[in-house]
Design a protein around this ligand. Structure first.
Ligand code: NAD
Length: 357
């Protein structure tokens, strides 16, 4: 092959990642083009894909992941608008190399070789909707994306954000089981926003800096399945029954608070991207081999009789290395746990039935 033709092909390939539709416009470009640029050094680190990267969560999540020094390659996949988001994010002078992928025909390229896949693809809630109302659309989206993961990066850690998380994580598990790639340690439902909210709201009541507060939130990620363990707050504190009732209700309904304030324009995106990037960073630190990385997550679990449950987990080189028990619960929390388990059981079954039917 002629060197010039080779160069043109390389330009075409690079531009196809950034902007698939304008691929041909790049080919005849003259002057100092991408082909004249030196190869990027590529910082050592992990390869991360965001599926649903052009959405309300996806865009700020992509921004924050591009700032993470543990990320060397960042793949942005969506069914719309990835060329623009990718071009924009790729101008940030941080280490990660960014590539965009648009539409189902580019899903496999987006996923191949990834260490971590974060999934915020799907529709968000509108006022009056529960997370379960999203089931019919998002279940199908998560199924398709997980089929791609099973095929192209079966060893990747998967962070599921798409709601209803209580059902989409069991759906992902069933897809991986069917494909023969299921590793429960590598599949995590993201409940970090509930912890972030709990830390913030408890800090407000106690008059503390939220960064000093740690509230375990267990169960699942919808309504009464979100169970903050306020008796285990660090630093230790004593909350009155009224404060406990107020905080539990506000933490359980934090998502609805945002949905109503946005009045039809979607659900939490910015605080969610913040929570998702903190959670993804913890997964990457675990993969790197850091000691003592602990987060709450919704995972395959034997802490209760349910097959999936959120508790604190230890993250390591293989994903979830250890699952912690609930610890001592007070009477209020035991009653909350019973309610949470009842609803969770139905949501898990709904997810499993969706795949097995
Ligand atoms: N886990 C949590 O704590 C939490 C918090 C907030 C929102 N969510 C959920 O996250 C999801 C995304 O919310 P959002 O506000 O970003 O919604 P959004 O509509 O703004 O963005 C979703 C993106 O997904 C894309 N998408 C749709 N189908 C796709 C497919 N098949 N493949 C790839 N991408 C696809 C859309 O094009 C869009 O860009 C929703 O399901 C929402 O309920 C979860």
């Amino acid at each position: 092959m002629q060197p010039r033709a080779d160069i043109n092909q390389r330009i075409a390939r690079i531009s196809a990642h950034l902007c698939p539709s304008s691929n041909s416009q790049m080919e005849g470009s003259s002057g100092l083009g991408m082909a004249n640029c030196r190869a990027k050094g590529g910082s050592p680190g992990f390869k991360v894909a965001i599926l649903g990267a052009a959405g309300g969560i996806g865009q700020p999540l992509a921004l924050l992941m591009k700032m993470n020094p543990l990320v060397s390659v960042l793949h942005l996949y969506d069914v719309v608008n990835t060329p623009g988001v990718t071009a924009d994010i790729s101008h940030m002078d941080t280490g990660a190399v960014v590539r965009g992928f648009l539409g189902p025909q580019q899903l496999e390229n987006a996923l191949t070789g990834m260490d971590l896949v974060v999934i915020p693809a799907g529709v968000p809630r509108k006022p009056g909707m529960t997370r379960d109302d999203l089931f019919n659309i998002n279940a199908g989206i998560v199924k398709t994306l997980c089929e791609g993961i099973a095929k192209c990066c079966p060893k990747a850690i998967v962070n599921v954000i798409s709601n209803p998380v209580n059902s989409t994580v069991p759906i992902a598990a069933e897809v991986f089981k069917r494909a023969g790639t299921y590793d429960p340690k590598r599949l995590l439902g993201v409940t970090k926003l509930d912890v972030v909210r709990a830390n913030t709201f408890v800090a407000e009541v106690l008059g503390l800096d939220p960064r000093e507060v740690d509230v375990p939130v267990v169960g699942g990620h919808a309504g009464v399945t979100i169970l903050p363990l306020l008796s285990q707050v660090k630093p230790p504190c004593s909350l009155s029954p009224e404060e406990t009732e107020y905080l539990t209700s506000r933490i359980q309904n934090g998502g609805t608070e945002v949905v109503e304030a946005k009045a039809g324009a979607g659900s939490a995106t910015l605080s969610m991207a913040y929570a998702a990037v903190k959670f993804a960073d913890a997964c990457l630190r675990g993969l790197r081999g850091d000691a003592g990385v602990v987060e709450c997550a919704y995972v395959s679990s034997q802490v209760t009789e349910l097959p999936f449950f959120a508790t604190k987990v230890l993250l390591g080189r293989n994903g979830v290395e250890e699952i912690y028990s609930l610890g001592p619960l007070n009477e209020y929390e035991r009653a909350g746990l019973n309610k949470a388990k009842e609803e969770l059981a139905a949501s898990i079954q709904k997810g499993v039935t969706f795949i097995r039917k």
